[in-house]
Write a protein of this length. Structure first.
Ligand code: NAD
Length: 273
């Protein structure tokens, strides 16, 4: 199996709808040993049974990435329980509600700082603190979205955070590359998760993506999981600093495709309902 003998930590499982869960599932199916983290006590109750599903009941740790002490404690626990680690999944983002709808111009400095801290700086801090226990072929993966490249309605503050996250991937990849460590991102198409529920008019995003992506479907957490497993495994040993799209091809579209009605008149392919 592709991940046999690999040990890693996955940050960002909230429930079995999480993208991180999809990644865990594919990695476990390929033989990986996985440690899990949870944000707070109410999520602990959800993450523990998920960890048990993958035989990881002894590898479940608290980690609120806005608390540096919890990241340090995570490093100590991982070192004690697993020794060296071969992969890290950072599947974490947060922005206060005011940053995910309404007018972009009204975003407060506080909301901006919170979003950048939790959604971007945390990748740097996790890499920094866990660096001493990374194996010399460790692979780090984070999750991003197209709203960090182009305007997407309501994605607002998270778009700015994802743009910063994608550049963080590149700078980290260059810096850690000298130690053999790889850093990549998956830019996933919209998926109905807890985090996505916070984004204004999210259902419209799902419908739009499905209607206009070349594959005419939305993506699943299993599909993101498959690509994630590849980026975490030695199959991608020469791949670093990449943002890999798992979005049914939506990002290649410059305009919605057109079709023709019975009279040969050009129509937009989607009726907007
Ligand atoms: P999710 O709600 O299942 O996962 C988000 C996770 O972030 C949760 O587990 C939550 O506990 C964690 N988190 C938030 N604040 C934290 C903190 N301070 N410390 C530690 N953990 C914290 O939703 P998801 O959609 O699976 O999101 C995972 C990642 O995928 C995010 O980066 C998100 O932006 C990205 N993404 C999501 C979509 C989508 O449509 N769902 C698309 C592209 C990218």
């Amino acid at each position: 199996m592709i991940m046999n003998g690999k040990k890693g930590v996955i940050l960002g499982v909230a429930n079995n709808k999480s993208i991180a869960y999809g990644i865990a599932k594919q990695c476990a199916a390929q033989g990986a040993t996985i440690a899990f983290t949870y944000l707070n006590d109410s999520l602990k109750k959800r993450v523990e049974p998920i960890a048990a599903e993958f035989g990881s009941e002894n590898y479940v740790y608290p980690c609120d990435v806005s608390n540096p002490d919890e990241i340090k404690a995570l490093k100590e626990s991982l070192e004690k329980d697993l020794g060296e680690i071969d992969f890290i999944v950072h599947s974490i983002a947060f922005a206060p509600k005011e940053g995910l709808s309404g007018r972009f111009v009204d975003i407060s400095k506080n909301a901006f700082e919170v979003a950048m801290n939790v959604s971007v700086y945390s990748l740097i801090e996790v890499a920094q603190v866990l660096k001493p226990i990374m194996s010399d072929s460790c692979s780090i993966l984070t999750l991003t979205y197209y709203g960090g490249v182009k305007y997407i309605p309501n994605y607002n503050l998270m778009g700015v955070a994802k743009a910063a996250l994608e550049m963080t991937v590149k700078y980290l990849a260059e810096d850690l590359g000298k130690d053999g460590i790889r850093v990549n991102a998956i830019s996933a198409g919209p998926i109905k998760t807890l985090a996505a529920a916070g984004i204004g008019e999210f259902r419209f995003m799902l419908k739009w993506n499905e209607a206009h992506a070349p594959l005419k479907k939305n993506v699943t957490t299993s599909e993101v999981g498959n690509s994630g497993m590849y980026l975490l495994s030695d199959l991608s040993s020469a791949v670093t600093g990449e943002v890999h799209y798992v979005d049914s091809g939506y990002n290649i579209m410059g305009m919605p495709a057109v079709s023709f009605d019975e009279d040969g008149k050009q129509t937009i392919a989607w009726d907007g309902k």
